[in-house]
Ligand binder design. Sequence first.
Ligand SMILES: [Zn+2]
Length: 368
Amino acid sequence: MKGPRRIVIELGTVGLALVAAFTPTAPSAVERWFSTGFYPALQRHVTPLTNLLPFAVLDVLVVAGCAAALTVLIRAVQEARRTRGMWPVLRALGDLAAAAASVYLVFLVLWGLNYRRVPMTERLIVDPGAPASQAVADLGVEAATQLNTLHDEAHRVGWSGAPREDETFRRAFKAAQRALSEAPPATPGRLKRTLLGPYFRWTSVDGMINPFGLEVLANPDLLPFERPFVAAHEWSHLAGYADEAEASFVGWLTCMRADVPARYSGWLFLYWQVSEEVDDDGRARLAKALGAGPRRDIEASVQRLRRGQLPWLRTAGWRVYDRYLKANRVEKGVRSYGAVVTLIVRARFEPGWMPVRRTAAAVQDPGP
Ligand SMILES: [Zn+2]
């Protein structure tokens, strides 16, 4: 394709991406048509396929994308030299902008619109406002107590290392999703290795999903007792809970419905998370409440992070992710990780950590 027609198409694509990025969308419409409609139907077909592939689809896309972009730029520079004009370079930059706009549009359609669905605080009955610091401290003590109780049994039973192969765990994930939405439950993803593994290690990232392949990529160094929670967190992203705090919430609910080793993994995550929310005194109290066994496991996690991390890259990496989240309308950015504590403390639960959903009747009944 040549000349004016190409320019019109490219400008149209960039314009469409800008409209998609900035036009307000109604969360109820996104919830109905996308997050519980088109998206789950798509996910149930794509994830089983990418689970079969022995490699990460994202690796192929990243390598091919970078190679294509480099080729376009190099050719443009060569032509600019030959013709002694800047036009080929400008045209190449236009091509790349249009390509980036198309990637963004595909991202939205395959997964990204989930950032705009109905938030958990409106799905469930959640007391408004920030939780009292005492309630957060109590949750931390509860986490420590649970870890002390579950530690020996969890280590005796052990962790298989492949959460997707664990029938009980898959059932727990299904039950957690059913407690939150009528959407068909998502298919769990295999924890895959990726070329990005070293980057995960250097920046202390536990895992991510590839929105273009609906697959799960995991940090290669995860310890056995960390894997169930990380898997459940990433599966929750696959289930359309894009927000980090919500993915952790659904991941934690999954662990609570599973066997002792997975519950241990869930409480370990929450213990970490609460430790980050409280002040130094609170943190010292929490550390004191922890028995020798769980303390060894926490220490092993700290060692794993310290060994791998490159502090400057870690800071840069998380800053980029913060911008990405804000660009996707998550105003709190990476701080939304901590919001999971607020959700667990403020949401109303029935026995068995069954969150109470907001229904017409529940909204009328203000409760105790
Ligand atoms: Zn996540």
